[in-house]
Design a binder for this molecule. Structure first.
Ligand code: ZN
Length: 96
């Protein structure tokens, strides 16, 4: 069984700029207001700015992929199976 990570860490510094598509042009930008500071503190988002075109915005350091959906699905199946087993044991041996 391979990795069952739901969120994958990805450094936006190596990502393409969403505006001009230049790879590796993003750098961290300081939070300008309270709203941005809150986002920065409590989420996985950070402010970034593009060196090439001046684009500025939020990028997440954690990404959700198709493999993430698969992991969630597997976890749900495991959770469901455990719930069934527990119910079975409870009804069979404990509740009479
Ligand atoms: Zn750009």
């Amino acid at each position: 069984m391979n990795d069952l990570k739901i969120l994958i860490y990805r450094n936006p510094l190596f990502a393409k700029c969403p505006d001009c598509k230049t790879p590796g042009s993003l750098h961290r930008s300081r939070a300008r207001n309270a709203y941005e500071q809150i986002i920065k503190k409590f989420t996985f988002f950070n402010m970034y700015r593009c060196r090439e075109c001046g684009w500025r915005g939020m990028r997440s350091t954690l990404v959700f992929t198709l493999a993430s959906l698969k992991s969630i699905f597997i976890y749900l199946i495991i959770g469901g199976a455990v719930a069934l087993i527990v119910r079975f044991i409870l009804t069979k041996f404990i509740i009479k």
